[in-house]
Ligand binder design. Structure first.
Ligand SMILES: [Zn+2]
Length: 311
């Protein structure tokens, strides 16, 4: 039995036994969606009221210290069952899903959200779950539990980025070796680096080297602000890296009609924008989306500085 089969079985038994998951999963059917057209690519937009917990999550140090950690085994709902994944993870169903069978893959220890030393685990998960996109949100780039290490995962076919970047006109090769290549995608709202390789080790080493270089841009952050998506298709890994310079756009902190409760993480950068409030969903346009992403992603100057390392 593959890991994917075991997860599917877990999903169906959890739907039977866990009312919260069953209700929120049924609620997904009522979620309204639309697409925003940017010419050579599109973004999906989802109005999902249950995600208000994540979008409005207080992630300052004091709030985090004062709440019981919802990813620790001792505090999880009694109905929530999991599948062990080595070396030290448990695969769980997320009870506040963005898509059916939305997984949270939690470390068995309560330890900080840091990708350093764990990128190989992320790539192994992508290989073991070839139908899924594996997601990582940095501690100040969308993680609602920055104090407890976790990945997320969802059906790969739902993510526009997976098909967008195969033939994307705006991509250019910045590094090419016998083991893999690195693409830069500049005209895609969010500055993106894509690592493509049939070698897990090559991808991991290239990523770790990039992470060190990103540290120079944000020396005061515990970890450079990033979102990651990883998939494994036809023998190749794709690792999508989104360096960030801000967590939330200024519109998040506005009041009244100018406010957008938009708190993006890896799902949004992968092409599925989540708005918990109906009014934001109704108001969003390609122009407003661009005005928000430009605050979150690297500037042209920062991007060129980063890419100069490859030349
Ligand atoms: Zn914890």
């Amino acid at each position: 039995m593959t890991l994917g089969n075991r997860i599917e079985a877990l999903f169906h038994s959890q739907l039977r036994e866990w009312e919260l998951l069953r209700n929120n999963n049924a609620g997904l059917k009522a979620v309204i969606c639309k697409a925003l057209d940017f010419g050579n690519f599109r973004l999906q937009v989802q109005c999902n009221p249950a995600r208000i917990r994540s979008s409005a999550a207080k992630i300052d140090e004091k709030s985090i210290q004062q709440r019981p950690c919802f990813l620790c085994a001792a505090n999880r709902p009694a109905e929530q069952q999991g599948i062990d994944y080595e070396p030290d993870y448990t695969i769980l169903l997320n009870p506040y899903p963005i898509f059916p069978c939305h997984l949270t893959i939690v470390c068995r220890q309560h330890t900080d959200q840091r990708i350093e030393g764990r990128i190989r685990d992320m790539l192994s998960l992508a290989k073991d779950l070839p139908d899924y996109m594996i997601l990582y949100n940095g501690p100040h780039a969308g993680a609602s539990a920055p104090d407890h290490f976790h990945f997320q995962a969802g059906n790969k076919a739902l993510f526009p980025i997976e098909s967008d970047l195969r033939t994307f006109a705006g991509r250019r090769t910045v590094k090419e070796t016998a083991q893999g290549c690195v693409y830069s995608v500049d005209e895609y709202l969010r500055k993106t680096l894509v690592f493509r390789s049939d070698s897990l080790e090559w991808t991991a080493v290239e990523f770790e080297s990039l992470l060190q270089r990103l540290r120079l841009f944000q020396p005061d952050e515990a970890e450079p602000m990033i979102n990651l998506l990883a998939s494994f298709t036809d023998g190749y890994w794709h690792l999508f890296v989104f360096p960030r310079r801000q967590h939330r756009p200024s519109q998040y902190y506005e009041e009244g009609v100018k406010q957008f409760l938009f708190s993006p993480g890896a799902v949004d950068f992968g092409g599925i924008l989540i708005f918990p409030r109906r009014e934001d969903f109704e108001k969003i346009t390609p122009e407003l989306t661009e005005a928000m992403f430009i605050q979150l992603t690297f500037t042209d100057l920062m991007w060129n500085q980063l890419l100069n390392e490859y030349i």
